[in-house]
Design a protein around this ligand. Structure first.
Ligand SMILES: Nc1nc2c(c(=O)[nH]1)N(C=O)[C@@H](CNc1ccc(C(=O)N[C@@H](CCC(=O)O)C(=O)O)cc1)CN2
Ligand SMILES: Nc1nc2c(ncn2[C@@H]2O[C@H](COP(=O)(O)OP(=O)(O)OP(=O)(O)O)[C@@H](O)[C@H]2O)c(=O)[nH]1
Ligand SMILES: [Mg+2]
Length: 456
């Protein structure tokens, strides 16, 4: 057991920046600050009020480290619920590390990953789903993902789970009373009515699960492979979508060799794009290796943009691409619409459900391509202000709770003993309480916070 209960960490990214923050939390946070900060206006940081700041200098044994601004938060009104001191210094790796070391030499210890938020959880500031939303906020790459994470941080999922949980506890209590004191004057259980109520709880849990796949796409982005035979304009499209010269474009067939990847936001949607080598048979082992990578990318992708050259007839290599894309989520993109069109569109229409004609040169059709992607993944109907299940842990917990609720319903319908019904409902409650962390094992809690970075 660690005896030092005051933690410190660098809260900002370790790099060069305008300012950087070292954060201290715990009962000795103010004492630690007293030892390393000298502020002309506040000789004792520990006598500052909560939510106030002061200008000063940070010192260690060797002397002054930097000029800083110190912000004081007093328990319980802080992120962690404990006394917190934030030291804002100049944003350099050396200075940040030296101030952190000074904190540790003055009564703090290094924080573990996620320990600040874990303390907020232990102090009851957040439930586990809200803590998880903090990481999702940090990792959000687009508007929808950030909004959904903030909704969860505000407790939308927590409240929903809590509501269902309360109802189930009520039913379980009623059943238990009925089972234990059948001869007493307890309102009789109407199995049909209870079955109906359980059905409603089950439906709520089912609705939560329904948005999981779309939410995952919004959070993590869609893995998109841009493929096609050489010279159809894959790299040109890649550059157009990323907005800069990410890939080399040349009139030479076989220009792209490696997989070139980048992440872009198209409106609300994050695409994890991969530009690939043109698919054709080649005697050049290096080019062939690139083609193999392209093939592998097709297998991995959630969406394939299969490019064709509208200004050329279909070739054997085009057919290879068509074969590879069968039974996959594909948009056929017929490029170079600015050139006289000779491509057999009939064949393309027969081979692909979704076909978009564009010119990567003149940008014609690119907007339609984007809209098609949003439409294909049902991202347009995504409601980021609704409660939703945001990760595997939550999905599993809700699924297990739902399973128990459905079993309870089934048991009622079959006229199986109230004992069995009651056990199922109690199991469902257990799963829900583990989700919010009200009744979670140390392992579950540690697992959640192990996903955090140090300083959060
Ligand atoms: N400087 C700074 N910026 C930050 C944070 C921080 O800790 N420090 N945050 C985190 O890393 C986030 C903000 N989160 C916070 C959450 C709660 C409280 C807080 O003081 N809560 C009190 C008072 C609430 C109230 O007045 O209603 C409380 O919960 O009792 C502070 C920051 C993002 N920006
Ligand atoms: N006219 C016209 N030319 C285009 C268009 N898109 C790309 N090109 C040209 O087509 C040639 C090949 O483009 P790239 O983007 O390098 O083609 P690629 O598919 O990446 O080729 P590889 O990497 O060799 O497989 C270049 O000269 C581009 O300028 C278009 O929409 N219209
Ligand atoms: Mg290329």
């Amino acid at each position: 057991m660690d005896t030092i209960n005051t933690i410190a960490a660098i809260a900002t990214p370790l790099g060069t920046g305008g300012i950087g923050v070292v954060r201290i939390s715990g009962e000795d946070a103010l004492k630690v600050a007293d030892r390393i900060i000298k502020s002309p206006a506040h000789p004792e940081i520990s006598s500052m009020k909560g939510y106030t700041c002061a200008f000063g200098r940070a010192y260690d044994m060797e002397g002054a480290i930097d000029e800083v601004v110190v912000t004081v938060f007093r328990a319980p009104k802080s992120y962690t619920g404990e006394d917190v001191v934030e030291i804002s210094c100049h944003g350099g790796v050396y200075i940040l590390n030296r101030i952190l070391r000074a904190c540790c030499d003055s009564g703090a210890r290094l924080a573990e990953a996620g320990e600040f938020t874990k303390r907020a959880f232990l102090q009851g500031k957040l439930d586990l789903t809200q803590a998880e939303a903090v990481i999702d906020l940090i990792c959000a790459q687009g508007r929808q993902a950030a909004k959904a994470a903030l909704t969860a941080k505000d407790g939308a999922l927590y409240r929903k789970i809590n509501r269902v949980c309360k109802l189930l506890v009520e039913y379980a209590g009623h059943l238990a009373a009925w089972i234990d004191y059948p001869e007493e004057d307890i309102v009789e259980i109407n199995p049909r009515e209870l079955e109906r109520q359980l059905g409603k709880c089950g439906d709520e849990l089912e609705n939560l699960l329904a948005s999981y796949d779309t939410g995952k796409l919004i959070r993590e982005g869609i893995e998109v492979a841009i493929v096609g035979r050489p010279n159809v304009g894959k790299s040109t499209l890649m550059n157009l979508l990323t907005g800069y010269d990410r890939s080399i474009v040349a009139d030479l067939a076989g220009t792209t060799r490696d997989v070139v990847s980048d992440t872009v936001s198209l409106g609300d949607v994050v695409l994890r794009l991969s530009d690939t080598a043109g698919i054709r048979f080649s005697n050049d082992p290096v080019e062939q290796a690139g083609v193999n990578l392209a093939m592998a990318q097709i297998e991995r992708a959630q969406l394939i943009l299969a490019l064709f050259d509208g200004g050329d007839p279909l070739t054997k290599d085009d057919w290879k691409v068509i074969e590879r894309c069968r039974r996959r989520q594909v948009i056929a993109v017929v490029n170079k619409s600015d050139l006289p069109q000779v491509l057999d569109m009939g064949e393309i229409q027969r081979s692909f459900e979704h076909v978009i004609t564009i010119s990567a040169k003149s940008l014609d059709g690119v907007q339609q391509l984007k809209e098609k992607i949003i439409q294909l993944f049902h991202l347009g109907s995504f409601d980021s202000s609704a409660a939703m299940v945001a990760n595997e842990r939550q999905r599993l917990g809700v699924t297990q709770a739902l399973d128990e609720v459905r079993q309870a319903q089934h048991a009622l319908a079959q006229g199986i003993s109230y004992d069995a019904v009651s056990v199922c409902i109690e199991n469902a409650v257990d799963h829900l309480l583990e989700l919010t962390g009200k009744r979670a094992t140390q392992e579950v809690v540690d697992q959640v916070f192990s996903r955090f970075c140090v300083g959060k």
